[in-house]
Design a protein around this ligand. Structure first.
Ligand SMILES: Nc1ncnc2c1ncn2[C@@H]1O[C@H](COP(=O)(O)OP(=O)(O)O)[C@@H](O)[C@H]1O
Ligand SMILES: [Mg+2]
Length: 404
């Protein structure tokens, strides 16, 4: 009898594990060893047993289990057959085995038959169960692996799709940016030409070169000049930033005489200074000549000195000094205005940033001047720094390499 059982188990072992047999096959082979009417495999979850595989067994998809039975399932030597007879409401014989992986119960397998099961059959069933456990776990594992693989594949496809659409969008944004920058550059350029003649002719008028003006006329012409210079400054800033943004800024190197350059900037700013009764006091080392882009450096000085004049109280001096220390040119521009809180010292160099509530911001400003100045100085391998405290004025320091 026992010899017979061993033979049968050996036969069961012959199921090709590598083939990952389907549960139906498990029951098929099992039915050759032990005869039964119906069979089922239930998986255990916190509150229920779920029918996963069945042979001639479709009645119960889900069996909810109470705590008592739940703990019985975990206790290896408790006989579960009476409980299951009740749950499944069958008169027939039931033999049940727990499915285990590494001592953890994950389900039960049961066989149902009209006739009693012999001891021999019970032993065989018990032995087969351990093989079935590992077969099922293998199948589960491969299911999980398949699912993970699918998730990974769809994730990769999704990521690729997202990348493609981001690339497409970036391309469009770049094209738009290019068009926008070109448009700004064209418009600014077209605006500068007439503005330069307004400035030039109002200068002629105010110098009385075409006849004496009465005091009111002189005042009005001066107003036109000041407003046009401010407007030109803003247009230049917009033009510069659009070039910076489109990475089309190129340096045109020539000899830059700082003394001469600063005198020129002061001349441009003179109408603004006169209007505020601000004097620019110069303290400039002689013959500081270096190789750089004259127009860009002039723009830097214009932006920073222009700010100093703009943010100066009426009647106060603005100072500009130039000196060289070793191989560095140091340009300092200082005013006695409202100053800048420390928390804004970095931010003021950002595009469009203006210190909130600074009263002078309301007049002719774009918030671009300092970011352009910093960019142009960087292109010359220099830096711009700021020293300032509220109510103690502001000092901007430009450091440029000097090979003089
Ligand atoms: N000399 C200064 N004194 C006080 N605040 C200043 C000074 N220079 C710049 N700022 C602050 O930094 C901000 C940015 O300056 P800027 O980029 O030149 O823009 P804009 O002059 O067009 O406002 C100004 O709006 C102002 O708040
Ligand atoms: Mg400015």
């Amino acid at each position: 009898m026992f010899k017979n059982a061993v033979e049968k188990i050996n036969k069961f072992y012959n199921i090709d594990m590598a083939q990952n047999p389907h549960a139906d096959e498990v029951f098929e082979v099992l039915s050759e060893i032990i005869s039964f009417d119906s069979a089922a495999i239930f998986y255990l979850s916190p509150n229920s047993l779920t029918l996963e595989f069945g042979k001639n067994f479709e009645r119960f998809e889900d069996i909810s289990i109470e705590d008592g039975l739940y703990s019985k399932i975990y206790k290896y030597n408790d006989d579960l057959s009476a409980d299951f007879k009740q749950i499944l409401d069958v008169e027939s014989e039931i033999i049940i085995q727990r499915l285990l992986v590494k001592n953890t119960v994950f389900g039960v397998i049961l066989l149902i038959r009209q006739d009693k099961f012999s001891n021999d059959e019970r032993v065989i069933f018990k032995t087969c169960t351990s093989i079935i456990s590992s077969l099922i776990k293998d199948m589960e594992l491969s299911k999980v692996l398949k699912m993970q693989l699918q998730a990974l594949q769809s994730g990769i496809i999704q990521t690729n799709k997202t990348c493609e659409s981001i690339k497409e969008q970036n391309k469009k944004i770049k094209e738009n940016e290019k068009l926008q920058n070109e448009f700004i550059a064209n418009v600014s350029h077209e605006l500068r030409t007439p503005l330069n003649s307004i400035i030039g002719f109002s200068e002629l008028l105010s110098n009385n070169l075409s006849g004496e003006l009465n005091p009111k006329q002189s005042e009005y012409v001066e107003d036109i000049r000041v407003a046009s210079i401010r407007l030109l400054g803003m247009i230049n800033e917009v033009l510069d930033i659009s070039k910076i943004e489109s990475h089309t800024v190129k340096l045109n190197y020539s000899e830059v005489d700082l003394n001469f350059l600063i005198v020129e900037v002061c001349n441009i700013l003179k109408p603004l200074c006169d209007k505020k009764e601000v004097k620019i006091v110069q303290n400039i080392e002689k013959d500081v000549i270096f190789c750089g882009d004259y127009i860009k450096i002039q723009q830097v000085i214009f932006n920073i000195l222009g700010n100093a004049v703009k943010f100066s109280p009426v009647g106060e001096d603005v100072n500009i000094s130039v000196k060289t220390i070793a191989d560095t040119i140091i340009i300092k521009i200082k005013d006695k205005g409202a100053g800048i809180e420390k928390k804004y010292h970095k931010k003021i160099f950002n595009k469009f940033f203006q210190v909130p509530d600074a009263s002078s911001n309301k007049q002719a400003s774009t918030g671009l001047g300092l970011s352009i100045a910093q960019e142009f100085v960087k292109l010359h391998d220099g830096i711009v720094e700021v020293n300032s405290e509220p109510n103690k004025g502001a000092e901007f320091i430009i450091k440029l390499p000097y090979h003089g």
